[in-house]
Design a protein around this ligand. Sequence first.
Ligand SMILES: *Cc1c(COP(=O)(O)O)cnc(C)c1O
Length: 397
Amino acid sequence: MMSDEMNYMELGDKYFLHTYNRFPIVLDRGEGVCLYDVNGKEYLDFAAGIAVYALGYGNKAYNEALKKQIDKLIHTSNLYYNAPAAVAAQKLCKITGMDRVFFTNSGTEAIEGAIKSALKYAYSKSPAKDYEIIAMESSFHGRSMGSLSVTGNEHYREAFGPGIGNIRFAKFNDIQSIKDQTNEKTCAVILETVQGEGGIHPARAEFIKELRAFCTEKDILLILDEIQCGMGRTGHLFAYEAYGILPDIVTVAKAVGGGFPVGAFLMTERVAEKSLCPGDHGSTYGGNPLACAAVNEVLRQFEERDIVGHVKELTPYLEKTLDGLKEKFDCITDRRGAGFMQALEFNKPVGDLIKAAQAKGLLLISAGSNVLRLVPPLVIEKEAIDKMAAILEECLK
Ligand SMILES: *Cc1c(COP(=O)(O)O)cnc(C)c1O
């Protein structure tokens, strides 16, 4: 290891709050679907900064759009209008099928806003302070107190008290479990259309359709968290499109900024009419011109380059390649997912495999201890898939 690298790792270990066990790599720059560390070592990236860098690295048009906006204006606050935000709002509403948007700086903030929107909607119909939300076991929605409270993984919640309260957990893909947790206080059901952190579990079509009908019948709001599975990742712009349904509230983040931190929660007009109004919610940075310029450029490229079509086209190849690995190696017990959001489940922890792949120049992440999560940039081509499979195979032998 060169001294540069050691220096930065030592510095980080000395001064970062120790909330992550980082891999011993100091990343420096990116190009296409590859990242380079400070020593110039190349890594094929099947992590994409956790499903963020959808359009790949060193994207000239994207970088130029941001540079141009930096020279004009970075921040205004929400006390005034700005052009990039207004345009991004219109575009995001159009592609999600929603009518109103609130921009945030992260995924967890989008979840916070979605929770507040649902509580306010119920409160407007009938003022009470004990409305309940149903969330899913093994879900992940973020680390702030509200989103942590609807996150199913008990380990994440353990040390942090009762959370926001009035949350009930039901089984994902089990409509009866949701019905069992429902009562007259239930105001919303929140779930990921494809569970990410929880191990890459797509919602079953029947389940989502029944849930949609059930929520409509009871006027319970359906909140779909598309922070990871949205923005083309599953071969649909939003994963719920595959089921022919619309949620009442949607959260987005990760890929929507193409690397720049930005998120949003959106809702239908029907919800918005009875939900958050002036004074109820806010954000100093949310919807700043720089973040929204990033969103606009991402959406422009999605359209111009038909990113969703590319994912759809290459998904069978990726799935076939992963199925091939599963057939070759007994330690792989399952392959599942949708589009470029795929999982290989193993009969043992995948930590060592991830380290071995890194040594051979492939970045991978897990989703739970036994699940390898593949969330590459959406612009990967067949060669990248072949290379990923070849390195994995070498590591597994
Ligand atoms: C990453 C993620 C979040 C949290 O987003 P942050 O930007 O890390 O706050 C919420 N929900 C899902 C499904 C995610 O994958």
